[in-house]
Design a protein around this ligand. Structure first.
Ligand code: GTP
Ligand code: SPV
Ligand code: MN
Length: 587
């Protein structure tokens, strides 16, 4: 169907290994979507939802042992161990090819191999990149169709070239003992076996756009980051953009689609979504940093998404959406905890069991259940979201889930200090990856699970970029998750985060004041607008949210040092920044 020798040679080679019964080349057409949907529904791989209430929507349950990314089974396979660095699992490339090759051998016998060409980034952009994923899962194909620009558009972009990321995926038997996600940055290759879940198998997302992407960014002089991108339009109609890195399930989709509070809407402020998870950033001709969302859809966390918390996300999922591991209702619609509607009396839970709620009941939807929805359906999608040059970034935000220590917001003194702030990010773990939830772990730039090379070199790349960007964004840290003595969130969060974003963008324009503290510039309490939330938040609440507890920070620095002690290639500047911070704190 397509004529590209490099592609067909490689497809033949991989088909020789995996031995599928048939090979289907994906073109991305509507007829193809309908056929694949029908086939997957007939085999039970998916269920059609109520087509009147949720047109074009389907439902899928993954295996019970396969509901999140598996970081302990994810490997960076560089020829030298040091190039993978202290924070990645490493396997020598030959060993990985042998080990996974043995598992892939015949893994598609009795199945169809789908050849899925896809493009990361807009078709009109010279910065976009092509991947091809070979997979034996229709669910993967249908997801890739939403998450990427899939099919003919990608092959047209590639033309006769050979510059594409080679992705191979097989579900095999979904046995965690035979599950591996291996990246070969030196070969532009990704091999994923034994999983059928999200980030493990939608290879355009974390595997390509971040792990391979970050490696390419380092070599080619750009940045691949785990960041949302949003624009804030002022009453005068000028739009300022920011990018924000928060770890998985820490609020990127929510911030990207937030609705400003009433007082700001009354003045004429609007928020536009460019992306909710990944940003590819380059230096523009004007000397600013420009960001593109390489994705085409949202793979968002369902639980907690309601008309109150994130109406734009909920409205995006009303048609043409894939729901994974949420609860299924009798009328063929879906439900999850925190959807804002009462718990159903009867449902089928994410495991396929009858669910009737009650106090001791398990959750009906898995905490990491997700929706896959086309970005173009989002009510607040930015008119610039497919701009081939991206959008110019005024501010970069780092943030995590911290019950204590990190204040609501502070600004770094300069780029290098900002890199230090990103490098020392910490966050409580969430259900987006398997493992214990709620433990504080260091997660530099929200990239700990996604950096495709030595993280010390990654920090150095950030520092180098700062020297190369004539007019760099200002860097901030935010924390929406501080808790009071009773374990309640002190800050209302969600749309109210606009109040903090407003101070940030005013700082970028030189329109807002700040106090200098030991950790950075901080707003004066009265700089955070509280009109409309006075019954929840007063100036004392803001003071509490902005407070810096010296003992906790002393402990924090010790914890950072312990993390950095694993690093073999930590840039001197990072250590110097840490000493300066300790000195400013009087430690
Ligand atoms: P990934 O898709 O895994 O990268 O996650 P994400 O960073 O996009 O996180 P998302 O916006 O989906 O939010 C994850 C969870 O955090 C949801 O349960 C939200 O309800 C909750 N959340 C998001 N923003 C806020 C906030 O401002 N305050 C509080 N308390 N919770 C929030
Ligand atoms: C994340 O975990 O950061 C996600 C979901 O965005 S996944 O695609 O599974 O990585
Ligand atoms: Mn993510």
């Amino acid at each position: 169907m397509y004529s590209n020798k490099a592609v067909s040679d490689w497809v033949n080679e991989m088909a020789g290994l995996t031995k599928p019964d048939t090979i289907v080349w994906i073109d991305g057409s509507e007829e193809e979507r309908a056929l694949l949907t029908e086939e997957a529904a007939a085999s039970g791989e998916i269920e059609l939802l109520n087509q009147e209430k949720l047109p074009g929507c389907i439902y899928h349950r993954t295996a019970e042992n396969d509901v999140a990314r598996v970081e302990h089974l994810t490997f960076i396979c560089t020829s030298k161990k040091e190039d993978a660095g202290p924070t990645n699992n490493w396997m020598p490339p030959e060993e990985a090819y042998d080990k996974l090759g043995a598992l892939f051998d015949g893994s598609m016998t009795g199945r169809t191999m789908y050849v899925v060409p896809y493009l990361m980034g807009p078709a009109a952009s010279g910065f976009s990149k092509v991947g091809i994923e070979l997979t034996d899962s229709i669910y993967v194909v249908l997801n890739m169709r939403i998450m990427t620009r899939m099919g003919k558009v990608a092959m047209d972009y590639l033309g006769g070239g050979a510059d594409f990321v080679k992705g191979l995926h097989s579900k095999l038997d979904l046995n965690p003992e035979r599950r591996y996600i291996c990246h070969f940055p030196e070969d532009n290759t990704i091999w994923s076996i034994g999983s059928g879940y999200g980030g493990n198998v939608l290879l355009g997302k974390k595997c390509f756009s971040l792990r391979i992407g970050s490696f390419l960014g380092k070599t080619e002089g750009w940045m691949a980051e785990h960041m949302l991108i949003l624009g804030v339009e002022s009453p005068e109609g000028k739009v300022d953009y920011l990018a924000a890195a928060f770890p998985s399930a820490c609020g990127k989709t929510n911030l990207a689609m937030m609705i400003p509070p009433q007082y700001a809407r009354d003045k004429g402020y609007k928020v536009w979504t460019v992306g909710d998870d990944i940003a590819w950033m380059r230096i523009g001709e004007d000397g600013r940093l420009w960001a593109v969302n390489p994705e085409f859809g949202f793979f968002g966390v369902a639980p907690g998404t309601s008309m109150k918390s994130n109406p734009n996300a909920l409205l995006t999922t009303k048609k043409n959406t894939i729901f994974t591991n949420v609860a299924l209702l009798e009328d063929g619609t879906v439900w999850w905890e925190g959807m804002g509607t009462p718990a159903p009396e009867h449902a089928t839970d994410w495991k396929g069991n009858p669910w009737t709620g009650g106090v001791s009941a398990e959750k009906a939807a898995h905490p990491n259940s997700r929706f896959t929805a086309p970005a173009g359906q989002c009510p607040c999608i930015s008119p610039e979201w497919e701009n081939p040059n991206g959008v110019p970034i005024s501010a970069i935000l780092f943030g995590g889930r911290r019950a204590k220590v990190a204040p609501l917001v502070y600004q770094s003194f300069d780029w290098d200090h900002g890199v230090f702030v990103g490098a020392t990010m910490g966050s409580e773990t969430t259900a987006a990856a398997t493992g214990q939830v709620g433990i504080v772990r260091r997660d530099p730039m929200a990239m700990l699970p996604f950096c495709g090379y030595n993280m010390g070199d990654y920090f150095a790349h950030w520092l180098d970029m700062g020297k190369m960007i004539p007019n760099p964004p200002k860097i901030f840290n935010v924390n929406w998750f501080r808790l009071d003595g009773e374990g309640h969130f002190i800050w209302p969060g969600y749309g109210e985060n606009f109040r903090v974003v407003k101070w940030i963008l005013d700082r970028c324009k030189g329109d807002a004041g700040a106090d200098e503290s030991a950790i950075g510039y901080m707003p004066k309490p009265e700089d955070i607008e509280i009109t409309g939330i006075e019954d929840e938040v007063n100036l004392d609440t803001i003071r509490e949210l902005l407070s810096i507890d010296k003992d906790s920070w002393a402990q924090e620095i010790e914890n950072q040092k312990e993390f950095f002690s694993k690093f073999d290639r930590l840039p001197e500047e990072i250590r110097a920044q840490q000493q300066k911070l300790a000195a400013r704190l009087g430690l």
